[in-house]
Design a protein around this ligand. Structure first.
Ligand SMILES: [Zn+2]
Ligand SMILES: [Zn+2]
Length: 89
């Protein structure tokens, strides 16, 4: 009768049968424990999120020159705006 009780009970709700495990610390969780992004606690959810995002490689194509190009476009736009409004004579 007592077999499996300790093994498969939720880490948060003692005595409740666990159906899944925390995505971060792997503790057994019951179906009531859905509040923290698939984790047992807010801390685990944060750790899991940090782990997940750290595995995503940085996007290629984002270079320092992009900021320079934006500034150049703004400068040209300002020049033509000034010319249009007759500020340059
Ligand atoms: Zn956890
Ligand atoms: Zn639970």
């Amino acid at each position: 009768m007592f077999l499996g009780m300790a093994l498969d009970s939720c880490n948060v709700h003692t005595g409740v049968r666990a159906t899944r495990r925390c995505a971060a610390c792997n503790k057994p969780l019951c179906k009531e424990c859905q509040d923290f992004d698939g984790c047992c606690s807010e801390r685990c959810a944060a750790a899991n999120k940090r782990f997940a995002t750290s595995r995503i490689p940085p996007k290629p194509g984002r270079s320092p020159w992009q900021g320079v190009a934006t500034l150049a476009v703004l400068a040209v736009a300002a020049y033509f705006a000034a010319k249009h409004f007759g500020l340059l004579g």
